[in-house]
Each structure stands twice: as structure tokens, then as C-alpha cells.
Design a protein around this ligand. Structure first.
Ligand code: SAH
Length: 394
């Protein structure tokens, strides 16, 4: 096996079982290592540290498969996938949910591999050189262990470019007539387009938060900003919200949203789907003196890199300030950030600053994050990206 030797002192993160080796940590490297090839990693004093996948184009030059000197072969992936599926059994009740994340990359010991289950169809992303190399093996194991009707690949994420891989999507196994799959979350149903939807099709990471929002929604006048295909709005309506106003800029998402409201048998007079820019529309609603009992803010990732953190923070503050001004006394705001670079502390501060500028008193009722199937290993805190707060006016 080809070898990589680290600079003195750069083995420390590996002792904490953090699975990334950056280019700057590497002292010497064998010649001619292929994209995704398995390499052994040693400390400066030649102690074995890990085996991982080599990625010559990425700043993250090696992603660790194992901290033991094990063979990386089909058996290895069978064992890792088996234990990822077992973990889901303890965090998701598959009797009431038929869509959830089965494999969450580094936190399941499979860097670059994401697998989501949508009823009996699996949607995968292979977003690292190592994951790409083992794609076929992983697909075979998924077929054997889960017997899906189809497996579709959505590796059309930009991050692949950093790994020297082209974005790609298409069928990996089986057949489906259309990209649309219907999923069930307890008493909610959703149409998901796995061919064209965001990420792998749906915001499965918000499943627990949909449940929480639904519990607060009875008889409330709800404003659902960045509504996508209606997730939070439907959760609110099914639990008898008085009315839900969904706002999104994507016509395609709003079309599916309308069909999702129908699918859940919600009367037309109980909801409105509005195609608009949230920043503009919130100002308009404010100028019209509109008020809401419950507001959801779930914007897209504003932070693309460290350089955009300041600009993104202003964006978060702006929409939160406007939303706070649209709340009735006693109103509730569910506010999220899915940017990994936004820490929970910074997000809390932005919300506090927004409240000051909006001239409102707010109390924190709950802290929110991604559902447990979007596994977060304590040794890999980077996988916790979704954070939110439930705050109440007053
Ligand atoms: N809350 C959703 C997910 C939101 S994803 C859910 O739980 O399913 C972010 C959404 O914001 C996308 O649907 C995108 O179309 C929309 N969007 C992005 N920028 C926007 C803007 N400026 N105004 C309105 N919608 C926007």
C-alpha cells in the first residue's frame, strides 16, 4: 500500500479520531497515487495512524476510512453500512417514517457517502474521491442489504469539483417511471422529486422540527418563509393552523407545494402559495401592518465560505428583524441556519442583535437542530450544520 508521512505534531487530530488530513500536514508522499486510492498514513516517527482515501486535488488530501490497519475491501463496506443501518433503527421509528438518512458521510465512517431513503427508493451522493472509487461496491451492498426498487445518484453537488470529480446524476440500479416518490412522515405525506429537488430531493433534516412546529400550530396564523415544497406549512396545516402563507422564489417548488397541500387534504382557503423574494415580501407585509402568530424562517445556505460570513450574518439579521416585527404579541418565531460555518453561538448573537434592532423582547423556548438520522459523531462536529431557535415574543 502507498504511504503518506505527516509532519511532526500533525498526528494530534487523528488521535481524536478526526478523519481529515489537510495537505499542509503532509511531509512526504509516495509517487503515483491514484484518485481515491487507499493509502496508509504514518506519523513523523513512523507510527501507523490510519488508512484513508487519497484525494490529490482537495485541500483535504486524505479522508480516513479507518484508524486501524484494516483492509479496505467489500467486507469493510458491508460492515460500515450494516452499522449505519443499525444506528438508524435506534433513532428513527420506521413504522411511522419511511424517509430518512441512512448514511451520513464522515459521521458513519464513510466520508463522502450520503444515502437517503425515500420510501423504497434510495438516493445517493458520492462526493469524495474515495467514495467515487468504491461507488459500485457500495451500490451492490445497498441492494443486498435493503432491497430497494431503485437507486438514483444525485452527485450533482458543487463540492465534487474540489475533489477533481465532475458533477453527475442518474440511475445506478433498478427503474422508476418518474422522479416523483411519495413519502410518509407519521400523518404527513409529501411528493418528492428526486431527479430535480434540492439536495437529494427533500429536507429530511427538518423532520423533527416539522413535528415540533406542527405541535405549536393549532389555530395559528402562520407565515412560512423559504417554504420550498411546503414541509413546515403542511405540518402546521395538518395540525389545524388557521391559515398558512408560504413564500418561496421557486415556481417549481411552489407547484409541488400546492400538490402537497392537496395530497394532505387541506382546503384551498387554509393556505396561500406566494412566489416572491422573502426580503422584499417581508418589508411589504410590514408596510401593510400584517401580523402573524407563528413565523418560520428557513433560508438557504447564506454562508458559502469564510469570506462571506459577515455578509451572510447581515442577511440573517435582516430577515429575522423583519420577522420579529411581523409577530403578534406572544407570537412564535422558528428561525434556522443550515450554514455549517455559522456556529450556534454566532447565530444566537445574530438573533439577539436582531431583537434589539427590532425593538422587541424575546425569550428562547427551544434550541433546534437536525434530526438524529443526520448523525453527528462527537469526533466530527463539522457534520452538525443545521441549527435553529424557537423564540417567543415577550
Ligand atoms: N423550509 C424548507 C426548505 C427551505 S430551502 C423545507 O423545510 O422544506 C430554501 C428555499 O428558499 C428554497 O426553496 C429556495 O427556492 C428558496 N429561496 C432562496 N432564496 C430565496 C429568496 N430570496 N426568497 C424566497 N425564497 C428563496
Amino acid at each position: 500500500m502507498k504511504k503518506i508521512i505527516l509532519h511532526k505534531g500533525r498526528e494530534k487530530s487523528l488521535f481524536r479520531k478526526h478523519p481529515w488530513i489537510f495537505s499542509g500536514a503532509i511531509n512526504s508522499i509516495d509517487d503515483d497515487i491514484d484518485l481515491g486510492e487507499t493509502v496508509e498514513v504514518f506519523s513523523a516517527d513512523k507510527k501507523f495512524l490510519a488508512v484513508g482515501a487519497y484525494s490529490p486535488h482537495s485541500q483535504i488530501r486524505v479522508r480516513v476510512w479507518d484508524f486501524n490497519q484494516s483492509e479496505i475491501d467489500k467486507n469493510f463496506f458491508e460492515e460500515r453500512i450494516g452499522s449505519a443501518l443499525n444506528f438508524r433503527k435506534s433513532v428513527v421509528d420506521s413504522k411511522i417514517y419511511n424517509a430518512y438518512r441512512l448514511i451520513n458521510s464522515e459521521s458513519d465512517g464513510l466520508p463522502g457517502v450520503i444515502v437517503d431513503k425515500y420510501n423504497d427508493v434510495l438516493v445517493c451522493q458520492f462526493i469524495s474521491a474515495g467514495a467515487e472509487k468504491w461507488k459500485q461496491t457500495i451500490v451492490e451492498i445497498l441492494v443486498k442489504q435493503l432491497e430497494p426498487t431503485a437507486i438514483y445518484e444525485r452527485s450533482d453537488a458543487d463540492v465534487r469539483q474540489k475533489e477533481g470529480l465532475k458533477p453527475i446524476k442518474g440511475m445506478l440500479y433498478g427503474k422508476i417511471d418518474s422522479g416523483e416518490v411519495i413519502i410518509h412522515e407519521d400523518n404527513l405525506s409529501f411528493i418528492v422529486n428526486i431527479f430535480t429537488g434540492h439536495k437529494t430531493g427533500f429536507y429530511l433534516d427538518q423532520r423533527e422540527n416539522r413535528k415540533i412546529i406542527s405541535e405549536y400550530s393549532k389555530e395559528k396564523n402562520v407565515l412560512n418563509c423559504f417554504s420550498y415544497t411546503g414541509g413546515f406549512g403542511i405540518a402546521a396545516s395538518v395540525n389545524e393552523a388557521k391559515h398558512v402563507l408560504n413564500i418561496d422564489s421557486s415556481e417549481e417548488a411552489l407547484n409541488i407545494s400546492a400538490r402537497n397541500f392537496q395530497l394532505n387534504k387541506i382546503n384551498d382557503d387554509k393556505f396561500t402559495n406566494l412566489k416572491a423574494d422573502v426580503f422584499t415580501e417581508l418589508r411589504k407585509l410590514k408596510s401593510e401592518n400584517k401580523k402573524f402568530d407563528l413565523i418560520v424562517l428557513d433560508p438557504p445556505k447564506f454562508v458559502e465560505g469564510k469570506n462571506s460570513l459577515n455578509k451572510a450574518s447581515r442577511g440573517y439579521k435582516d430577515i429575522n428583524m423583519l420577522a420579529m416585527q411581523l409577530l403578534n404579541d406572544d407570537g412564535l418565531l422558528f428561525t434556522f441556519s443550515c450554514s455549517g460555518l455559522m456556529t450556534p453561538e454566532l447565530f444566537n448573537k445574530i438573533i439577539a442583535d436582531a431583537a434589539t434592532d427590532a425593538g422587541v423582547n424575546l425569550s428562547i423556548i427551544d434550541r433546534l437542530w437536525q434530526s438524529g438520522d443526520h448523525r453527528v459523531k462527537t469526533s466530527f462536529p463539522e457534520s452538525l450544520y443545521l441549527k435553529g431557535l424557537l423564540v417567543k415574543k415577550g
